[in-house]
Design a protein around this ligand. Structure first.
Ligand code: FMN
Length: 306
C-alpha cells in the first residue's frame, strides 16, 4: 500500500509535507503557478514582502560556498500593495499559498495582513532575516516585539499564521513561546545563519552588505537541533527548514518533530529544476514503506521516543 503523504498543518491540508521555502523563487507569480502544478509540492511560501518597496542591495548579493549559499539580497520586493495586485492574478492554485510578510512593527503587520488576507491561504511572519535593517532578526530577537507583531497580525486574520524564527538567538524556545502566547498557529524553523565571507585576494568582505545569511547543507544540523528543541517545548506544529537536499534530510527533520519541511537552497542549486522535490517525496515514501508506516504523520517527532 502507498503510505499517505498528506499532512494537516495549522488548519491546512497539504497533499505532501514538502513546502517551497520563502525567497528561492524570487517574487515571480509565474514560477509560483508552475511550482503549484508539481504533485510533490504541498504548499508554497512567497518571497517576503515588506511594507515599503525595497530595491535590494548592490551586487554581489550571493555567493556559493560549496556547502551552502551566503546571501544578502536585501529583501528586494515591490511592497505589499503592489504585490497584492500580482498575487490576485494567480487565483485557484491547487495548493495553499502562504504569503511571507516582513513587518517592522505591529502597525505594519496589521495593515499588511488586512490587505493581503483575501489573496492568501495563510501568512508566514518573517521575523528572522539576518541582513535587513529594522526588520527580520532585529525585531525577531526580542520576545516583546515578537509578541506585539504576532498579536497584531492575529487580530487581523483567522487564516493560519506561521512565524519564521532565526537560529541567531541564544534561546529559540523563548522566542517561539512568545509567538505561541500571542496566538501563532505554527513555527517555521529556521531562517539563515548570520555570516561573513572574506575574499582573501581583495582583502575585503565578498558581499556588498558585508553580512549575509548562510543557508544549505552547512545549516542542516542546526535546523535539526532547533526543531528537536522546539518539539520538546511547544505544543503547536513545527515546519522544519534548513539544508534539505534529499529524502534523508527531510526525514531527519520530521523525526525531530517537523510536521512539514521547507526546501530552499536545494531548489536554487538545481536551477529551479523541481524534479528534486519529486525525488525527495519518492525517497520518503520508500522509507515509510520499508519501515512499515502507513502515514507520514506517524513519524513526526519519533526520534524523541527512542
Ligand atoms: C536566495 C535566497 C533568498 C531568500 N529569501 C528569503 C525571504 O525572502 N524570506 C525568508 O523568510 N527567507 C528567505 N530565505 C531563507 C530560506 O527561505 C530558508 O529559510 C533558508 O535558506 C534555509 O533553508 P535552505 O537551507 O533549504 O535554503 C532565502 C534564502 C535564499 C538562499
Amino acid at each position: 500500500m502507498h503510505p499517505k503523504m498528506s499532512v494537516k498543518l495549522a488548519g491546512l491540508v497539504l497533499r505532501s509535507p514538502l513546502i517551497v521555502a520563502s525567497g528561492v523563487l524570487g517574487s515571480s507569480t509565474r514560477l509560483i503557478k508552475k511550482v503549484s502544478e508539481n504533485p510533490s509540492v504541498g504548499a508554497v511560501v512567497t518571497k517576503t514582502v515588506t511594507y515599503n518597496p525595497r530595491p535590494g542591495y548592490e551586487n554581489p548579493t550571493a555567493i556559493d560556498l560549496g556547502f551552502g549559499f551566503l546571501n544578502a539580497m536585501g529583501l528586494p520586493n515591490p511592497g505589499y500593495l503592489e504585490y497584492r495586485k500580482e498575487l490576485s492574478e494567480i487565483k485557484d492554485l491547487a495548493i495553499p499559498l502562504i504569503v511571507s510578510i516582513g513587518p517592522s512593527n505591529s502597525e505594519e503587520a496589521a495593515e499588511m495582513v488586512k490587505a493581503l488576507n483575501d489573496v492568501s491561504d495563510g501568512f508566514e511572519l518573517n521575523l528572522s532575516c539576518p541582513h535587513a535593517e529594522k526588520l527580520g532578526l532585529e525585531v525577531g530577537s526580542d520576545p516583546e516585539k515578537v509578541r506585539s507583531i504576532v498579536s497584531s497580525a492575529r487580530r487581523c486574520t483567522t487564516k493560519p499564521l506561521f512565524v519564521k524564527i532565526s537560529p541567531n538567538v541564544t534561546d529559540v524556545v523563548e522566542i517561539a513561546r512568545a509567538a505561541v502566547e500571542a496566538g501563532v498557529d505554527a513555527v517555521t524553523a529556521i531562517n539563515t545563519m548570520k555570516s561573513i565571507a572574506i575574499d582573501v585576494n581583495a582583502g575585503k568582505p565578498v558581499l556588498s552588505n558585508v553580512y549575509g545569511g548562510l543557508s544549505g547543507k552547512a545549516i542542516h544540523p542546526i535546523a535539526v537541533r532547533i526543531v528537536y528543541e522546539l518539539y520538546e517545548a511547544i505544543k503547536i506544529p513545527i515546519v522544519g527548514c534548513g539544508g534539505v537536499y534529499d529524502w534523508r534530510d527531510a526525514v531527519e527533520l520530521i523525526l525531530a518533530g517537523a510536521t512539514a519541511v521547507q526546501i530552499g537552497s536545494a531548489i536554487v542549486y538545481s536551477r529551479s529544476d523541481l524534479n528534486i522535490l519529486n525525488e525527495i517525496e519518492k525517497g520518503i515514501i520508500e522509507y515509510l514503506k520499508d519501515k512499515g508506516f502507513n502515514n507520514v504523520m506517524e513519524i513526526v517527532g519519533l526520534a524523541h521516543t527512542s
